[in-house]
Design a protein around this ligand. Sequence first.
Ligand code: 13P
Ligand code: SF4
Length: 330
Amino acid sequence: MLKENFAQLIKIHGYVNQPIAPALDLQKEIRKLKEEKNAIILGHYYITPELQDISDFLGDSLALAQQAQKTDADIILFVGVHFMGETAKILNPGKKVIVPDLNAGCSLAESAPADRFQAFKNQYPDHKVISYINCSADIKALSDVIVTSSNAMKIVESFPKEQPLIFAPDKNLGNYINSVTGRQMVLWDGACMVHEKYSLEKIVTLMEQHPKAVFIAHPECEQQVLLVADFIGSTTALLNYVAKNESTEFIVATESGILHQMQKNCPGKTFIPAPSIDSTCGCNDCSFMKLNTMQKLYLALKYESPEIILDPATIEKAKIPILRMLELSV
Ligand code: 13P
Ligand code: SF4
């Protein structure tokens, strides 16, 4: 196919939309292509179990950024959402970073368009800007430091108490950090469409039905949900917690993809997904993460497309706060 036609196809669909022979063993083909092209597959815990199992490295947002920083692969295939691919590209401007589907966005990243954020920032000229990694490269370029849910508390606390701070784009994580640290960071009004959907009422009912279960939650959840949680942590922290904790039953308030690793690591334990306000909507699934499929992953690797492209000036600016985060996270 002509290069121009191919680019047009990506523009229309956001992914390589080509027929695949039904008999093809996709897992075998992906392994072969990986080898031939010296590619690495980085996957987030929220992707489907089959994609988690084919990833070379599976992790939370911080571990994935760290892995992207140190890989010597020629091609990074990022199976997660767009801002994660962008972070990998910013850390590796000379490498090809591809994703299965460019439509895999993030409600948090989308809540903060760069022009509106710049105007917001202008209102607080003496504030430093701390941005959650779930934001676009343009927002990163406007930030002093990036954080993930694993290191946010530590990085916020690395600023002197008298330093005024903006925290963006997740108001729930920002609010949680404010409540623990006693800071009064100015918060951008963004939220994760998965984590803000948990129903406190249904969670409390579930806790009554399972009195021995431990309730664990990701800090992107709303404050009312976090208030009843026995443990709050990033996806990696939640995984470590369930492995070490003696309880055998857990109610889990984060995206459902995480249950696969929990079940794999702790086969004897029971993990119950926390209920959402609308139990018919599949709200525990991040619809963006779930746009990634084995077929799209295979085609992305085969055609080395769609690729994450960023302009060099944005890369230069966005790299500074990401590297600051990585230095503060060792
Ligand atoms: P972590 O990977 O930092 O736990 O964040 C979860 C998330 O929402 C990723 O989009
Ligand atoms: Fe974004 Fe929420 Fe999906 Fe994570 S789970 S990618 S924060 S929408």
